[in-house]
Design a binder for this molecule. Structure first.
Ligand SMILES: [Zn+2]
Length: 307
């Protein structure tokens, strides 16, 4: 993970400065996936677009305003010493945002769901304030109305919401309606696994958010700068090669090797190749240059311009 420069924004209401952190690169190693659709990736942290000014409490979207300055994150500029880091909104502020930006209702309500569930993820009780339960129910019911079940993701979301609300039969009905025929084998496997986990939780009458999978078990794990299909192919090839060679290298090591290749740095790619012994099976006797050319030709790596 490489942090990028901090962008500086100005509050449109009072002129106070805010700092937005950025990333140059990252990956989803060690990422956790949850039943509510949230992914938490320590090596790919997310930063908010919807935030609030810490001086006047005004809520706004950073992306619709111009960046007024930038600073190196390792060497902060004293000019922006008063600028505070933009943070995600809390539940109260998200409900305030809902009134201000009704066109963004779907996004904001998903964030409300995730923010309530973050309490469970952090080992706390889901309801803290007396009106929390009502707000949470109101939000879950609104989400059920907002989303149809026209695709897989939405079906899983609706099943999750019914499970959260204690309507276990409705949850199971949706889960059972998900048909894996016609899906690619690896897709079907992943969907079947998630169906099984979700159904099991509903049968146990468990309403809380749960971890669905971790990196390495989940086809969605991968790299920031590669496209989704490619990252999976590379990962599978690495894994297969490692198993075939009866290497003692752990998947953790392989993951850090892959991490290196995502950095646009010849030395690191060279190191990666030495470590893994050309395990991509593409061009076993070729040079690094040929290897990189191949990667670019097949769009396996999308951004290697600076190599
Ligand atoms: Zn302000």
């Amino acid at each position: 993970m490489q942090p990028g420069p901090n962008n500086i924004y100005k509050c449109p209401h009072c002129g106070h400065f805010l700092k937005e952190r950025t990333l140059l690169s990252g990956n989803t190693c060690e990422a956790m996936f949850y039943s509510d659709g949230k992914r938490i990736a320590p090596m790919l942290p997310e930063f908010p677009d919807l935030t609030k000014c810490k001086k006047c409490n005004h809520i706004f979207w950073l992306s619709i305003f111009k960046i007024v300055g930038q600073e190196d994150c390792w060497n902060p500029d004293s000019k922006w010493a008063d600028a505070e880091c933009a943070e995600f909104l809390n539940i109260k502020d998200l409900f305030r945002a809902l009134e201000m930006y009704p066109k963004k209702e779907k996004d904001i309500r998903i964030w409300i769901l995730w923010t309530f569930n973050d309490r469970i993820r952090n080992g706390k009780e889901i309801f803290i304030d007396p009106d929390d339960k009502d707000l949470w129910e109101q939000n879950s019911n609104a989400l059920l109305k907002l989303f149809d079940d026209s695709n897989l993701e939405r079906k899983f979301l609706k099943a999750e919401l019914y499970r959260n609300l204690g309507e276990f039969e409705k949850c199971i009905d949706i889960i059972e309606s998900i048909n894996v025929s016609g899906m690619k084998e690896d897709d079907a496997q992943w969907v079947k696994s998630l169906k099984g986990q979700m159904k099991n939780m509903a049968e146990q009458k468990d309403r809380l958010v749960f971890i669905t999978s971790e990196w390495g078990e989940d086809r969605r794990g991968g790299f920031y700068s590669l496209d989704k299909v490619t990252e999976y192919i590379i990962y599978e090839r690495l894994k297969k090669r490692t198993v075939n060679r009866e290497s003692t290298r752990s998947i953790g090591h392989i993951k850090s090797d892959i991490d290196m290749i995502t950095n646009s740095d010849t030395k690191k790619i060279s190191c990666f190749l030495n470590l893994t012994g050309w395990c991509l099976n593409m061009n076993p006797n070729g040079s690094i240059e040929e290897f990189i050319e191949d990667l670019i030709k097949h769009k396996w790596i999308l951004d290697l311009k600076c190599v």
